[in-house]
Design a protein around this ligand. Structure first.
Ligand SMILES: *[C@@H]1O[C@H](CO)[C@@H](O)[C@H](O)[C@H]1NC(C)=O
Length: 348
């Protein structure tokens, strides 16, 4: 052996036992079988994870601030259309003409039985990736600015309003209540009960679930203020090439009677502000090389730990039942040095 290999041998970190000294036992065999089965199980789980990908959630600063986006609305308010006024007010002094882009259709007031009525809707869980993709059918309201049966008892208001991506408010209120108007509706005909079928920001995905969807408020009091404050978070869902760029919101609601002149006017107010961050929920896959090295790490760790446990178990048996019990079912390795030595009987 040359000088170099001698020096290198000093660093050999792996304990070795010459084969003639090692002994196989049935307990050892069994624990190896369990270890291997467990290893195969882990391998199976990992391969499943590798093929199925994993969900990666990330927040980032929202770089692509769209200057405008839609608010999609579909609701029924328990007052005739011609007694209501709707509009958007925001930090810019743009005029949004909600009256011209939304549709107003006179109907009877009704709340479908599956609606969440008069509850706060603060506990909403945002959709996960698969739910989002299931709801990824886009739609648009085909009609705009339609006003029909405006004197029917309730008003179905629906459509999309393009707004600026800044803090703002959309409201529905009795005419003359928020700002002076030619026609002022007397308090005796107020009914601010409402049912919301859809309230969302961004592109209109009718099947996506939003905190205000399918909720309603019914009141027998006249002069009411309903405030919905939404914190809107731009959200991107992505899975195998399918991208849904949308917005989700967290909601806080406040409802109280309007306290007359100078204080909050009666009406239904949807305030919104946009978070400067963007949430991305993507399905990703690790590379094959990463996958292989992960498997190698896990399996080698598994065998080392299994070895520790085996030795611990053997020690425990020795402690509990004594050395004799532990050695009794060991089969000796064939060809050991002592195999053919006849034991010497010593008579003292
Ligand atoms: C508003 O209409 C609903 C449904 O018709 C009714 O239950 C409620 O009592 C009405 N409220 C007022 C203030 O008239």
């Amino acid at each position: 052996m040359d000088n170099f290999s001698k020096k290198v041998r000093v660093f050999d970190a792996f304990p070795k036992v010459a084969p003639e000294h090692s002994v196989r036992s049935s307990r050892g065999g069994l624990s190896s079988v369990f270890t291997i089965l467990f290893g195969l199980f882990i391998l199976w789980v990992q391969i499943g994870g590798f093929l199925g990908g994993y969900i990666d959630r990330q927040f980032s600063v929202n770089r692509d601030i769209h200057s405008s986006l839609d608010i999609n609305i579909d609701m029924i308010v328990a007052m005739p259309c011609d007694t209501l006024t709707t509009n958007v007010m925001d930090l810019t002094s743009d005029n949004f003409l909600a009256n011209e882009v939304l549709n107003f259709e006179g109907v009877d007031f009704f709340v479908p039985p599956y609606f969440n009525i008069n509850n706060e809707n603060n506990h909403h869980s945002s959709s996960n990736l698969d739910e989002a993709l299931e709801g990824s059918l886009r739609a648009e309201y085909a009609i705009k600015g339609q006003h029909i049966n405006v004197d029917a008892p309730a008003c179905h208001i629906f459509g999309s309003i393009p707004v600026n991506q800044v803090k703002g408010e959309f409201f529905v209120a009795p005419k003359g209540a928020v700002f002076p108007q030619r026609r002022r509706i007397p308090e005796s005909s107020f009914n601010l009960s409402h049912a919301i079928f859809e309230f969302s920001y961004g592109e209109f995905y009718p099947f996506m679930d939003n905190p205000l969807d399918f909720t309603a408020k019914v009141t027998s009091e006249k002069n009411q203020v309903y405030n919905y404050y939404a914190k809107v978070v731009p959200t991107l869902y992505e899975k195998i090439g399918l991208v849904i760029d949308t917005y989700q919101y967290a909601l806080t609601e406040i409802h109280h009677p309007a306290r007359g002149r100078g204080s909050a006017p009666p009406g239904i107010f949807f305030s919104y502000s946009f978070e400067p961050i963007k949430l991305s929920i993507r399905e990703k896959r690790i590379s094959f090389f990463q996958f292989v090295s992960r498997i190698a790490t896990i399996l080698s760790g598994l065998f080392i730990v299994a070895g520790y446990f085996y030795r611990l178990y053997e020690k425990l048996l020795v402690v509990l039942f004594g050395k004799r019990y532990v050695d009794k079912d060991r089969e000796k390795k064939e060809g050991g040095i002592l195999d053919h030595v006849v034991p010497i009987k010593k008579d003292f």
